[in-house]
Design a protein. Structure first.
Length: 504
């Protein structure tokens, strides 16, 4: 009996060593040895995963490999130049199969393929991404421009804030509703009131999905546990949240389909919104296309979920961070306000054309994005074929994780990286100057699809709020303003109160 146990354990260890722990070749990045099943332990024992990875980078270099959980070694890149070269490769635009099985299960029903934008692969991803990029750029689709839509959201947000002045206020949900609504209007063509229960339901569902994705639950690590302990493993909860969201968008898609059928000729030429444009695309697509028939509808549902999931929490979290940094650094807040008063004044709304005249405001936004790095580890990629960059070799099938947090805190590019210093983005004449390696949106062929929209939203929301209001901490002692992030799938501020008063 004991002999059998010993042989069995030895075989498991050999399997683990060969397939998971071993460094596969001389030019593969080195890294710490992870334990079977749980992987690299400091990820769980340090304050958060970023601190754990920082320690490993300090020891093994900016490009290293590590086991995270029960998965094989993945390559983690914390060097800007290397990441730029690797993510330039077409072969690195794939996603690891093991990370999206659950997602594929919900959205295509077979557990193998994944639709939409975040997790699709190859030709399907190229087609879906190209379409979404173009349609987001068109925004408003001929009816009203993207900027007008955002300006309307800002007007509604200010009306709401005006009713809650001079008292402690949590702004996260309020910002979230406004940012959701801007995207929802582009997608569905209709704006909701900020108190609309439908809008609140959507925000709550996306929050739940975000929290679920950020928490390491058993079913994510060991998918088979769903058959044995569906409740305990987190499977039932995942299903409930995911199906809730899918049904939410499915209702709007159905309404659009009915309307499209009734007004086909007109909408085919002049779609009102993202969903109409997608339905028009479905009509004209051949069988070989990922827009054709039921596959097209599945891609529409999954793509909408992806836009909402990736586009809402991230942007409103960035707005919350900028508010928190302004209450922590009132001098910087005043400097932003003075710049806006000088170039825009107090009454005319700020618009995107004002950007070149507001270099300090722009520098503050870039510094907030850098220091808070909202998606610190991006989304993992996977090498579809062997990738060779300089001496580095990444074999086919290896997962690649960009450590954006590490890159945006590199002291060579950002001296005193842990200090909030917007001036680093200004030249000697006070003009805004870009720093190439500030990449909170990742880089390369599969970088953030919503980067332009996010930057436009952040500039308009932030500058407009700074023009109208002063933001103050509830604490007289500003050392009590906590900038420590809650590290999840994203880095968000701890819940905080702010006192907003109107600027005269
Ligand atoms: C401050 C705001 C935002 C930040 C920091 C951010 C960051 C990121 C990052 C780091 C990635 C991973 C890129 C990679 O795989 O290498 C990503 C992907 C993505 N983002 Fe964003 N994002 C933001 C806002 C938005 C917005 C507003 C939208 C949509 C309207 C959006 C849609 C997406 C999509 C669809 C992807 C997946 C792209 C693909 O797989 O091809 N994001 N984002």
């Amino acid at each position: 009996m004991w002999a059998f146990v010993v042989v069995f354990c030895a075989l498991v260890l050999i399997y683990w060593w060969k397939n998971f722990a071993r460094i596969p070749g001389p030019n593969f990045p080195n890294g710490p040895l992870g334990l079977p099943l749980i992987g690299y332990v400091p990820v769980f024992t340090e304050k958060n995963i970023l601190v754990g990875l920082d320690k490993a980078h300090d020891q093994y270099g900016e490009v290293m490999s590590v086991n995270l959980g029960p998965s094989p070694r993945m390559v983690i890149i914390g060097d800007y130049q290397v990441l730029k070269e690797v993510f330039k490769e077409e072969s690195s635009t794939f996603r690891p199969v093991e990370m999206n099985w659950g997602n594929a299960y919900f959205r295509s029903g077979n557990g193998y393929d994944s639709r939409g934008l975040l997790f699709s692969q190859g030709q399907e991803w190229t087609e879906q991404r190209r379409f979404a990029l173009r349609r987001l750029r068109d925004f408003g689709m001929g009816k009203s421009s993207m900027e007008e839509l955002i300006q309307e959201e800002i007007r509604q947000l200010c009306q709401k804030l005006d009713k809650q002045l001079n008292q402690p206020l949590k702004v996260d949900l309020t910002y979230n509703l406004s940012v959701v609504n801007a995207l929802w209007t582009v997608i569905t063509g209709s704006r909701l009131s900020l108190d609309d229960p439908k809008l609140i339901e959507l925000v709550v569902k996306i929050d739940e999905l975000m929290e679920m994705s950020g928490n390491v639950n058993l079913v994510q690590m060991f998918p088979w546990t769903r058959h044995i302990i569906p409740e305990l493993s987190g499977w039932n909860k995942s299903k409930e949240i995911m199906y809730g969201l899918i049904n939410f968008v499915a209702k709007d898609i159905k309404e659009h389909q009915d309307n499209f059928e009734a007004n086909k000729e007109m909408l085919q030429e002049n779609p009102n919104d993202f969903i109409d444009a997608f339905l028009a695309k479905i009509q004209e697509s051949p069988e070989s296309s990922s827009f054709h028939g039921q596959l097209g509808i599945n891609n529409l549902k999954a793509g909408l979920l992806d836009l909402l999931f990736a586009g809402i929490e991230t942007t409103s979290t960035a707005l919350c961070w900028s508010t928190l940094y302004m209450i922590k650094y009132p001098d910087i807040q005043r400097k932003v306000q003075n710049e806006i008063f000088k170039y825009v004044g107090k009454s005319r709304p700020v618009n995107l054309d004002d950007k070149p005249n507001l270099p300090f405001t722009e520098a503050v936004i870039q510094e907030v994005l850098r220091i808070t790095c909202i998606g610190p580890l991006g989304i993992p990629h996977c090498a579809q074929t062997d990738i060779k960059v300089g001496n580095l070799w990444i074999p086919q099938g290896t997962s690649i994780m960009p450590n954006l947090h590490r890159i945006t805190r590199n002291p060579a590019a950002f001296p005193e990286p842990n200090n909030f210093k917007p001036e680093r983005f200004l030249d000697s004449q006070g003009k805004y100057c870009k720093i190439e390696s500030n990449i909170p949106f990742s880089i390369g062929k599969r970088d953030c699809l919503g980067k332009s929209l996010a930057l436009a939203e952040l500039f308009l929301f932030f500058a407009s709020l700074m023009q109208r209001y002063s933001f103050k901490s509830v604490h007289d002692d500003l050392s009590r303003v906590d900038l420590e992030p809650k590290v999840n799938f994203t880095q968000a501020p701890q819940p905080f109160d702010v006192i907003i008063s109107k600027l005269e």
